[in-house]
Design a binder for this molecule. Structure first.
Ligand code: MG
Length: 419
């Protein structure tokens, strides 16, 4: 199996809530995501996605991802995508740093490995642990009462874990944490994520003021040293995120006992290959994890589900269903949240069939019908006209439950569409 072609697609992902705001007044309204399709000489295509949270969250930005893939792509032509160590070595040799660029290519190669093996990634990454994965809901920075109302709303949808965006003015952040904790029960998890937004003295004031509350403190300050100082001066469970960008940072922090948990973002560390290394080491060292990415749509969410679902349950705090935050669906087969949880696909590879244009309304209709009825449809191989016909046949079949003629007609349409 050899890589013969790499294609890149840009996709805009508007946020359902309109805007997502975090520390220092930073916000995004439409995410700039990149889907990459890696095709092999046996006709398979593997998919990956990278979606920075704007150009000012991590050292990453949308056009940079596409430029980097353009730089790296030619180096991968001719390689066997199943040789993930080799693929990563070639990428690291060809381009220093830029882990987010490499992440989407690595993800697509994992998808191909799973397809070739006939196994879902969750199996290849260690095996499914439990029926589903708990999700956290990120609550963008607003007034304390508005954030508490959103926590209550998402709680009613089944979430039991919440990540508040703080990192603003000290008194207001204290009010945010208090308001949101007050609408939660004892067993429900609250994480106050400052996203590096506090100076050390500010973080010190906040953690002292909420000492009586059950709340995790996440990445209070920009530097590792300032975070470590806060960690040593508070007794809240402590999460590091932005400063844990790879194995060396993790090893240093573990040696210093600088955290109880990390946020493991796939693209922050360079892809699933490196995320798995860090994930396994954290599990061996007893460090819990939120398993996620910087952002993304259906493909990223599928990758998160596989990584999280194969992480020992004792070490996973939560994962994130990023595809539920955005208005555009870019793939069929992606995990869908049920009562604050999601599960990895049983299908080989990532288990998704992307539609990078995001504008095929007939395909979207098919997806919705398949979701409602629970019956699989051969999405992705159909032309738009035939797909509409198939959707109609499928609907009649499901409503009437006629097992003979209509099912035959549906299969006939499928065949015709593939031809
Ligand atoms: Mg964070």
């Amino acid at each position: 199996m050899k890589i013969v072609k790499i294609a890149v697609h840009q996709v805009d992902l508007p946020l359902k809530e309109g805007r997502y705001t975090w520390a220092d007044g930073k916000f995004v309204e439409v995410l700039d995501s990149t889907l990459v399709a890696v095709t092999t000489d046996d006709g398979r295509t593997g998919w990956g996605e990278v979606c920075p949270l704007g150009p000012f969250y991590l050292p990453a930005y949308g056009p940079g991802a596409r430029a980097g893939i353009g730089e790296l792509g030619p180096q991968l032509i001719g390689l066997d995508p199943r040789d993930l160590g080799r693929v990563n070595a070639v990428m690291d040799q060809a381009l220093l740093g830029h882990p987010y660029v490499k992440s989407s290519l690595d993800m697509a190669c994992w998808d191909l490995l799973g397809q070739a093996a006939g196994l879902p990634l969750v199996t290849l990454l260690g095996g499914r642990d439990g029926a589903a994965v708990d999700l956290y809901r990120a609550i963008g920075q607003e007034a304390p009462e508005a954030m508490a109302a959103k926590v209550a709303g998402y709680r009613a949808e089944g979430y039991s874990k919440f990540q508040l965006k703080v990192g603003g003015a000290v008194e207001e952040d204290i009010a945010r944490i208090r308001a949101c904790r007050s609408v939660l029960d004892a067993g429900e998890l609250l994480m106050a994520d400052a996203n590096t937004g506090w100076q050390q003295h500010e973080a010190q004031r906040v953690v002292r003021a909420v000492r009586d509350l059950d709340v995790y403190i996440e990445q209070p300050c920009p530097s590792y040293e300032a975070c470590l100082a806060i960690r040593r001066n508070c007794d809240h469970p402590f999460i590091l995120d932005e400063v844990i960008d790879g194995l060396p940072a993790l090893l240093r922090a573990q040696r210093d006992l600088a955290m109880d948990a990390i946020n493991l973002k796939i693209s922050k560390v360079g892809g699933l290959t490196k995320a798995r290394q860090i994930r396994d080491l954290c599990a061996s060292l007893g460090i819990a994890m939120n398993l996620e990415d910087s952002w993304g749509g259906d493909v990223t969410t599928a990758a998160i589900a596989h990584l999280a679902h194969s992480t020992p349950v004792n070490f996973r705090l939560a994962a994130t269903d990023f595809n539920s935050y955005v208005t555009v669906s870019t793939a069929a087969g992606a995990p869908q949240r049920k009562q604050g949880r999601m599960a990895a696909s049983q299908a080989p590879g990532l288990g998704v069939t992307p539609r990078p244009a995001g504008s095929d309304w007939a395909a979207a209709l098919r997806d919705r019908l398949a979701q409602i009825t629970g019956l699989p449809l051969p999405i992705g191989c159909l032309r738009p006209g035939l797909s509409l016909l198939l959707a109609c046949v499928h609907t009649i079949y499901c409503l009437k439950n006629l097992s003979g003629f209509l099912y035959f007609a549906q299969r006939l349409c499928c065949r015709a569409a593939v031809l």
